[in-house]
Design a protein around this ligand. Structure first.
Ligand SMILES: *Cc1c(COP(=O)(O)O)cnc(C)c1O
Length: 422
């Protein structure tokens, strides 16, 4: 038997057909979920069946402007043509090898991501939580192997109101009782200090500290932007203390704030960056720990891994995402349209909005509690054809795809104004 020298197109099967739609209505599908789907989410009552760009369409054909963008996993909109093309092309070549073998997409992905972020080395993972977990493992190992912290004594300083994901270790240092309660025993080794408080951070850091782990902007907490100088202060403090600065840019990074990374607003270069969400182009989960060589070098074969991390499909889509960001166009759009968003929200302040925080195309909007909870405002906006998500209490988060037009953005802000005026 002779080995085939190339694969025929026929081996890939017939041309793809759209999936057969579920014949049930939105209401029936929502009811059907109840008994069979874990109740760990409370979604808005919209059942999306198709999407393109900034628009999604439900089962009945109603269209909505997506102002959440998958918590910034959809920075380039739904099914961006360049990303879909990269995925389609890769589907016809090879999709999974495991890291037992090399694949021909991984070198380019790592080179591209290192160049985009100005870092040296990349550890590819899948979800954001895995990237944070991996960053914690790398920091602890660095503390023992390089810094010389006594075995099992390493600490990591984190901020109150953080959101880093949902694993057992990550909820161990969450200050949100809903996210944390009931999951003990908790992973030790974390010290929690108030966010945006350099004095508290300084007091918590000592010779056992492996790293300070923070979000440059706290997204889930309501798009909390620290004071100017905070990130630079964290950089200075961690450098002086001889510990790592890990920036979780999983939500704030990759164009959202008008820069490739949110830390760039203070010209800060952390030791370790955690990326995810938009890195997968809204198509596949792709995350990464990106760091200096002397940090990521602490990992040796067998000491960490993931079956799916760095798979060829993920690397191909991730590379296409990096190509989009390398043009600077999306960062520019986020910065320019961010001014439109900011002006629109300023116009609503005192008219149903008590305050807001915005950077780039990302805003946390505090709605006057007398007008309803964030959830109620989100439901009313849904009926106006705009999808958003509440965070805590009466805060609504706006984070549209960076591909949104000025007219679409203005129409979403007008819809918010109408809802607040009701
Ligand atoms: C979403 C998010 C995570 C977790 O990402 P998952 O892909 O949901 O595991 C971690 N950190 C930040 C800042 C996030 O926004």
């Amino acid at each position: 038997m002779t080995a085939p020298t190339r694969f025929s197109a026929a081996a890939a099967g017939p041309a793809p057909q759209p999936p057969a739609p579920d014949a049930r209505s939105s209401a029936e599908l929502i009811r059907a979920e109840g008994p069979v789907l874990a109740h760990n989410y409370h979604p808005l009552p919209v059942v999306v069946a198709r999407a393109e760009g900034v628009w999604v369409e439900d089962v009945e054909g109603r269209r909505y402007l997506d102002m959440l963008a998958g918590y910034s996993a959809l920075n380039f909109g739904h099914r961006h043509p360049a990303l879909v093309e990269a995925a389609h092309r890769q589907l016809d070549q090879v999709t999974l090898t495991s890291r037992a073998f090399h694949n021909d997409r991984l070198a380019g992905f790592a080179e591209g991501l290192a160049a985009l972020t100005g870092m040296d080395m990349v550890l590819p993972m899948n979800t954001g939580a895995e990237a944070v977990e991996s960053g914690i493992k790398v920091a602890r190992k660095w503390a023992y192997d390089v810094k010389g912290v006594a075995p099992d004594q390493a600490t990591i300083v984190v901020a109150a109101d953080n959101f880093h994901g949902r694993t057992t270790t990550l909820v161990s240092f969450s200050t949100d009782p809903v996210a944390r309660a009931g999951y003990g025993p908790y992973t030790p080794g974390f010290r929690i200090v108030p966010y945006n408080d350099l004095a508290a951070l300084e007091a918590a850091v000592d010779e056992t500290t492996a790293a300070v782990l923070i979000e440059p902007i706290q997204g889930e907490a309501g798009v909390l932007i620290p004071d100017d100088g905070y990130l630079a202060g964290v950089r200075e403090l961690t450098r002086r203390a001889g510990c790592l600065f890990i920036a979780d840019e999983i939500q704030s990074g990759l164009g959202r704030t008008g820069r490739t990374l949110a830390v760039e607003h203070e010209s800060v270069v952390p030791d370790v960056l955690l990326l995810g969400k938009a890195l997968g182009g809204g198509i596949v989960p792709v995350s990464a720990v990106v760091a200096r060589r002397d940090v990521l070098e602490v990992l040796h074969p067998g000491e960490h891994g993931s079956t799916f991390g760095g798979n060829p499909l993920a690397a191909a889509v991730g590379s296409a995402v990096i190509d989009l960001l390398s043009t600077g166009e999306y960062q520019r759009r986020a910065a320019e349209l961010g001014e439109v968003l900011r002006a629109g929200l300023a116009g609503l302040t005192g008219k149903g909005i008590t305050g807001f925080r915005a950077r780039g195309l990302w805003a946390g909007v505090d709605v006057d509690p007398a007008l309803g909870t964030g959830r109620e405002i989100s439901e009313r906006l849904m009926r106006e054809g705009v999808l958003v998500k509440d965070t805590h209490g009466s805060t609504v988060r706006l984070a549209p795809p960076l591909t949104i037009t000025e007219d679409e953005l203005s129409s979403a802000i007008e819809a918010l104004g109408r809802v607040l005026g009701e």
